[in-house]
Design a protein around this ligand. Structure first.
Ligand code: FES
Length: 939
């Protein structure tokens, strides 16, 4: 049934014939093309679709179109100045609030940004100078997974205080001034205006949709019955894909030797949510088909629910390559191992501590679910998808289709958050297969429950560790073993198993170390990459040990870390000498006054609370970390190109995908300074495998260091070529303009290079029409690890430490994080605003990991039951950037994406212990667990 419904959108009248029960969000996006209204859950949980309806903020996904009849609807597209929608927006076209978001770095991936803006727009209209609690109230319905909310609050405050002129100072740094400047994101205008095109925002002509039918069982055999009746009931159903339809290899996986995950299961499923078959039809037809109509006959089998079951005697083996269900083991051994048995004291030790830690699955919960489309173009396939790793996607899709990698083109959409979760294939295999077979564009958009059921997670861990120290607090030995539930398929399990032992002793010099790990298959969802590759779990153990040793020895918690801190000249547990940047001592020094202040504040607060019989207590804890930048002992090169056409416009071709972390901006800043031109003059082509060279994946905190080096080398190379043409050696400035490059030596006459006279030169982008191309290639210098894990697994390491102050209600068991002070050695902050944003976001995810996030298959498959931090959970964060320059880094930079998360949970657990006297060893530290531990201690 349809009806005519009239309303206004951003001041314009619309009159549509439609189903009155359709979601307003769908009408805005699909019928009116207003893609700025984003979809994160279609359940009113995430708030990405927030618009204003007669002035009030509403989740458009919960509003039936009929409710909009006669109403005034405002979307993010209505914020910019009238008359500019539809043409490229400039900074000055944006509303003051949007400008403030851009200047403050409040939009990272940008998928939540339109919702945030609309909620803030309503607030500022009714309360022009809001207090922080008002901001938290107004924005409380919109989730952000990237920013930690602090810069969003700062932006709202800035817009309120200076409605016409928020911070704009560093928009246009001069030549040579880009590195270190707080440049707004180069793709920021699209993020704050709602014009960025995410995976689900594109709707190609003639498109079909594909939806997987997924297993409700964790382990089962199955057969698919006669599909004829299904086609009869749904004449619009175009195709049902099964494993037999996959044109090439029905297996994919991260490692060449670990391609164990089927596109579509072959008679047996190994986890709930595994794809069994797939329905292809017009989107509207697909919505009418219930998965239960597909004739699948199940034979459920007893699943291996956890690692204990998987390792039990007689447990079925889930994969031939994994005896005992152990996918892979990792090991680092150094020094005298004879006494490094579990929990045993070492001869000469003044103190020995032991700890056992257990963590659960953690969901990435990026606000943008997986989405994209594929289209066949002759004998090539082109995918527009949300991804962190276009080149790996290209190679995997080629295997699945049985075609050459060169015949696959990956065009990354704007990525609405990744955090490691978009390093695995998601929609790619099925959209590619369907588009290839049917020669029609095929799109897939995962629902939130589908995303949560089918995407990889952070590995649950069970860790035992012990450490001994002398009377002076210096570590003598450390023993660590961690088992990691890698779920049904390998995904990034090998990476976790290899990275964890290298980092298991923490950022400390320990002469005797035995660190081992295993990745164990179960019938749980695949566990893969999630911001830290197992290091955040390991950090819980080494930081608890440091606290225990310090307490036993009567040494201050910060002091014992300072005494043991790795520093320049230290030898790590893998035998690597840290020749240069190792800034943990600087981080701890910077934290020391805050440590003193916060502990005094907590003590004073607790004394008052006790006096007024308040059940709350405050505590302060400390966490420290280190993190190897890039792949572990593996080549992970990056190539970037910087070209100039006859128009004189420099264009950076960067395959370093920006997943919200700001890689695009960092690459432009570095390339601009290397070439010696203003950053604002550089155009950017990003991610497209046909147009950019392979820069590797956006993970392992590697892009600033690895691709940043490639960007610098590309800039250097182009500059060298220009100076050579001008026959100029040494100092000179370069000015680029239409058809020419001018080289000016100090006190010399300008030399004009006529670009129009130069022949075209080859570039990775065949359509580049470049006359000069600078190329940069960088591969970090690492060595393989031997059987004892000895070698140089990374060229450089990031270091950091954080202090957490928490407030625990001793009766309810609730924990509130009040303040985090974070000191991170980033080498050089290429863009301090973005570095701070990464730290804020990492801390927010660390808070979720510590206190609330636990994915349980079949039970927490939405953003209502699976809790992530809201703006109300965001503490005050103080960032201290320690710039211990890395000589091998571009302008001294390292990386900060993952390091920001690692120390947060250890600091929070330490603070809970300080406040309550109990150590929480099972994460997350939910109120029931904290209360139970407090009661157990009280007897
Ligand atoms: Fe908020 Fe990415 S910027 S979810």
């Amino acid at each position: 049934m349809t009806a005519w419904i009239s309303f206004t959108v951003n001041g314009s009248a619309v009159d549509l014939e439609l189903d009155p029960m359709r979601r307003l969000s769908d009408v805005l996006r699909d019928d009116l093309g207003l893609i700025g209204t984003k979809i994160g859950c279609n359940a009113g949980d995430c708030g990405a679709c927030t618009v204003r309806l007669d002035g009030r903020q509403v989740c458009a996904c919960l509003v039936p179109a009929a409710q909009a009849a006669g109403a005034d609807v405002r979307t993010v597209e209505g914020l910019a100045r009238p008359g500019v929608v539809g043409s490229p927006l400039e900074f000055d076209d944006l509303a003051a609030l949007q400008q403030a978001f851009l200047a403050a770095g409040a939009a990272q991936c940008g998928i939540c940004t339109p919702g945030m803006l609309m909620a803030a727009d309503e607030l500022l209209e009714r309360s022009p100078v809001p207090a922080r609690p008002e901001i938290e109230d107004a924005l409380g319905g919109v989730l952000c997974r990237c920013t930690g909310y602090q810069k969003i609050v700062e932006a709202v405050v800035a817009a309120a205080v200076a409605a016409e002129a928020p911070v704009r100072a560093e928009r246009d740094p001069a030549a040579g001034g880009a590195v270190g400047a707080r440049l707004p994101k180069v793709d920021g205008i699209a993020r704050v205006s709602g014009t960025a095109v995410f995976g689900s925002d594109a709707r190609p002509d003639r498109m079909l949709a594909v939806r997987a039918v997924r297993s409700p069982h964790a382990r089962a055999r199955f057969t698919i019955g006669d599909l004829g009746p299904l086609f009869n009931r749904h004449p619009g159903l175009v195709r049902v894909l099964t494993a037999a339809d996959v044109p090439g290899q029905n297996r994919y996986g991260i490692y060449a030797t670990g391609k164990d995950q089927p596109v579509l299961a072959e008679g047996e499923v190994r986890h709930r949510g595994e794809a069994v078959c797939a329905l292809v039809a017009d989107e509207a037809v697909l919505e009418t088909i219930d998965d239960a109509e597909v004739p699948i006959h199940w034979e459920p089998l007893q699943p291996l629910a956890d690692m204990t079951a998987a390792r039990a005697e007689g447990a079925p083996r889930l994969h031939d390559h994994a005896p005992g269900n152990v996918l892979i083991s990792g090991r680092v051994a150094r020094g005298d191992l004879t006494q490094l048995t579990d929990g045993a004291a070492i001869a000469g030790a003044a103190a020995t501590a032991a700890v056992e830690i257990e963590t659960g699955f953690v969901e990435h919960a990026y606000i943008e679910p997986e989405a994209g489309y594929a289209r066949r173009i002759g004998e090539r396939i082109e995918l527009f998808v949300s991804t962190q790793t276009p080149y790996m996607d290209r190679d995997e899709v080629a295997l699945i289709l049985g075609i050459a990698p060169a015949d696959v083109r990956i065009v990354p959409s704007a990525c609405g958050g990744g955090f490691g979760g978009k390093l695995d294939l998601s929609v790619h295999p099925l959209i590619a297969t369907a588009a290839w077979l049917l020669d029609r564009p095929v799109r897939a958009v995962w629902s939130r429950p589908e995303s949560m059921a089918a995407s990889p997670k952070r590995h649950p861990a069970r860790i035992r560790a012990s450490a001994s120290a002398g009377a002076d607090g210096r570590l003598i030995g450390l023993r660590f073993h961690g088992d990691f539930d890698t779920g049904a398929y390998a995904s990034w399990g090998p990476t976790v198993a290899n990275r964890v032992p290298v980092h298991a002793m923490g950022p400390y010099a320990v002469p005797n170390v035995l660190a081992t790990s295993r990745a164990i298959h179960t019938n749980n969802p695949p566990a893969g990459a999630f911001r830290g590759f197992g290091v955040p779990q390991a950090a819980l153990a080494h930081e608890a040990l440091m606290d225990d040793l310090a307490t036993q020895l009567g040494i201050d918690l910060l002091e014992i870390r300072q005494r043991n801190a790795l520093r320049a000249g230290s030898i790590t547990a893998t035998g690597q000498i840290l020749h240069a940047s190792a800034g943990l001592p600087g981080c701890l020094d910077a934290l020391r006054p805050h440590w003193t202040r916060l502990r005094a504040d907590a003590a004073a607060w607790n004394a008052e609370a006790a006096g007024r019989r308040d059940p709350r207590r405050r505590g302060v804890g400390l966490g420290a970390m280190w993190y190897g930048i890039g792949n572990t002992s593996m080549t992970n090169p990056s190539t970037l190109e910087l070209g100039i056409g006859r128009d004189g416009v420099p264009t950076l071709y960067s395959g370093a995908v920006d997943i919200g972390q700001g890689a695009s901006t960092v690459m432009v800043q570095i390339a601009a300074d290397a070439l010696g031109v203003p950053a604002a003059t550089i155009q950017l082509v990003s991610g497209d495998t046909d147009r950019t060279a392979d820069a590797g994946k956006s993970s392992a905190s590697r892009q600033t260091f690895v691709s940043g080096n490639a960007a610098r080398l590309a800039g250097d190379d182009l500059r060298r070529q220009i100076l050579q043409l001008a026959e100029v050696a040494g100092e000179a400035t370069i000015e680029l303009g239409p058809g020419r490059a001018i080289v000016i030596e100090p006190n010399g006459a300008p030399v004009v290079i006529n670009l129009a006279e130069l022949p075209l030169v080859p570039a990775h982008d065949a359509a580049a029409a470049a006359v000069l191309v600078g190329r940069g290639f960088y591969d970090p210098k690492t060595t393989p690890l031997d059987a004892d894990g000895q070698g140089d697994p990374y060229e450089t390491y990031a270091f950091g430490a954080q202090i957490a102050m928490v407030e625990v209600d001793l009766e309810l068991g609730t924990t509130r994080v009040i303040q985090i002070v974070a000191a991170h050695d980033v080498g050089r902050a290429i863009n301090p605003t973005q570095v701070e944003g990464q730290i804020h976001g990492g801390i927010a995810q660390g808070i979720g990991f510590a206190l609330m996030e636990e994915y349980i298959p079949g039970r927490t498959e939405n953003l209502h039951d699976y809790l992530i931090p809201t703006i109300g959970d965001a503490p005050d964060i103080v960032c201290l950037l320690i710039e211990d320059e890395e000589p091998a880094g571009p302008y001294g930079a390292k990386g900060v994406g993952e390091p920001a998360l690692v120390p947060t949970a250890p600091a929070i657990l330490g603070a809970i212990r300080d406040a309550t006297g109990v150590r929480i060893t099972r994460l997350p530290a939910t109120p029931d667990r904290v209360r139970a531990a407090i009661r157990a201690q009280a007897g």
